[in-house]
Design a protein around this ligand. Structure first.
Ligand code: SF4
Length: 375
C-alpha cells in the first residue's frame, strides 16, 4: 500500500497566511509539468506494492488543464502498480470552478475533490487575502455536486479575527446544509515569514485571539458530533465511509512519494524533501536527477512521530503497536508519562489504546510533546 502526492506550485495570488511553496508566476509552467513526469519516472522504484491514493495538492492544482492532469496520471499508470479502486483527489480553488471545467474533470478519473472554501463570509476572505468570493465558494460546491462528485471535502478556517462566533456557526450550518461529506477545519496560525505575520506586526491586520480560537474549536467538535460527523483526526471530520484515504495513510505511517518542488516523501526508513526552488527543480530534472535532502529516521524519531500522529487520530495510540514496534525503553517511558495523566480529563485510557478527550484535543501539541523522547 502506498500513495503519491503531486505538488503543483502555482497560485494566482498568495494568501496572507500561507507558508506552502507556491508562486504567482507561470514562468516555468510547461517545464514543471515535464519535470513532474520525469520525477515520477525516475522515482518509480521508491514505492513497493500498489499505489492506493493519488493526491494533487499545492499550490493550486485546479489551474491545471485536463491535458496536464491526464499526462501526469498516465505517467503514473505507465510506471507504477496501481489499485484500480484508487482514491484520486484534486485540490481546487472556488474561482477556478465552472460547469464546463467540472464536466471535463469527470473524464479524468479524479473521484474526490477538496475545495479551499475557508469561510462563507467576505470579511474573512478579505482578511485572508483569498482570491474568491463567498458566492463562488457556494457555487463551486453545488456545481461539483451537480456533476456527480459525491466525495467532496471543504477546508474551513476558524480563529480568524473577523470571524464572530455567530458567523462561525453560520459557516458550519452552511456546510451541513450543502451536504458536504468531509470537512477539514483548521485554526488560523500565524506562521513565521508569512504576510500575515508582517501585517499583524505592523498593526495593519488584527492579531489572532487564542480564546476565540479555542471557543470556536470547542463549538466545532460538539456541532460535528451533533450532526453525526466522525472526528477521525483533530482537524478532520467526515460522514461514515467518507474518510480521506490519502491523509489517513500519512497518519498510519504508510509510505508515500511526493513529487514536485518542496514535496516530501517517506518510506518508513527515511524522510526526504525536494528543493523549494522552481528553477533548481526544473534544472536538476533536465539532468535526470532529483534535487532533495534526506534524513534517516532514528528509532527515537520513529517513536516520537508514532506518538504524535496516533494521538491526533480518534483511534489514538494503539498499545499493542507501541509494544510491537518499539523497544522496552520507549514503552517504559511512554507508560511512565502516562501515569501523570491517569487522573486528568485530557486522555481516555483503556487497556487497548490511549486517546485524547475533546478537552485534550485543545492541548494536543503539548500532550504529544510530553511523551516525546529527546537526546
Ligand atoms: S491558494 Fe492555497 S497554496 Fe495558494 S497561496 Fe492560498 S493557501 Fe497557499
Amino acid at each position: 500500500m502506498s500513495g503519491i502526492y503531486i505538488h503543483i506550485p502555482f497560485c494566482k495570488k498568495k494568501c496572507h497566511y500561507c507558508n506552502f511553496y507556491s508562486t504567482p508566476s507561470d514562468k516555468y509552467r510547461s517545464e514543471i509539468i515535464a519535470a513532474l513526469q520525469k520525477e515520477l519516472y525516475l522515482q518509480k522504484s521508491y514505492l513497493h506494492g500498489d499505489v492506493n491514493t493519488i493526491y494533487f495538492g499545492g499550490g493550486t492544482p485546479s489551474l491545471l488543464t485536463m491535458d496536464e492532469i491526464n499526462r501526469l496520471l498516465d505517467t503514473i499508470y505507465n510506471n507504477y502498480e496501481v489499485n484500480l479502486a484508487m482514491e484520486i483527489t484534486l485540490e481546487v480553488n472556488p474561482d477556478d470552478i465552472t460547469a464546463a471545467k467540472v464536466k471535463d474533470l469527470r473524464t479524468t478519473g479524479i473521484n474526490r475533490i477538496s475545495i479551499g472554501i475557508q469561510s462563507f463570509h467576505a470579511a474573512d476572505l478579505n482578511y485572508l487575502n483569498r482570491i474568491h468570493t463567498a458566492a463562488q465558494g457556494e457555487y463551486a460546491i453545488k456545481t461539483l455536486q451537480d456533476a456527480g462528485f459525491t466525495d467532496l471535502s471543504i477546508d474551513l478556517i476558524y480563529g480568524i479575527p473577523t470571524l464572530s462566533m455567530s458567523n462561525w456557526k453560520q459557516n458550519l450550518n452552511k456546510a451541513i446544509e450543502l451536504e458536504v461529506a468531509h470537512i477539514s477545519a483548521y485554526a488560523l496560525t500565524v506562521e513565521p515569514k508569512t504576510n500575515l505575520e508582517v501585517l499583524i506586526n505592523k498593526q495593519k491586520l488584527m492579531g489572532v485571539s487564542e480564546t476565540d480560537t479555542s471557543n470556536q474549536f470547542r463549538y466545532l467538535m460538539q456541532f460535528m458530533k451533533d450532526n453525526n460527523y466522525i472526528q477521525y483526526e483533530i482537524s478532520n471530520f467526515c460522514l461514515p465511509s467518507h474518510q480521506s484515504k490519502h491523509n489517513t495513510s500519512y497518519w498510519e505511517g504508510v509510505p508515500y512519494l511526493g513529487v514536485g518542488p518542496s514535496a516530501h516523501s517517506y518510506n518508513q526508513i527515511s524522510r526526504q524533501w525536494n528543493c523549494s526552488n522552481l528553477a533548481q527543480y526544473v534544472e536538476s530534472l533536465s539532468n535526470n536527477t532529483v534535487s532533495f535532502e534526506i534524513e534517516q529516521l532514528s528509532p527515537m524519531q520513529k517513536y516520537n512521530e508514532f506518538v504524535m500522529t496516533s494521538l491526533r487520530t480518534n483511534t489514538g495510540v494503539n498499545l499493542m503497536s507501541l509494544r510491537h514496534n518499539f523497544s522496552g525503553k520507549y514503552v517504559d517511558y511512554f507508560e511512565r508519562i502516562l501515569q501523570k495523566y491517569s487522573n486528568s480529563q485530557l486522555l481516555t485510557i483503556t487497556p487497548v489504546s490511549i486517546c485524547l478527550t475533546d478537552e485534550g484535543r485543545l492541548f494536543a501539541d503539548g500532550i504529544s510533546s510530553d511523551f516525546f523522547i529527546t537526546d
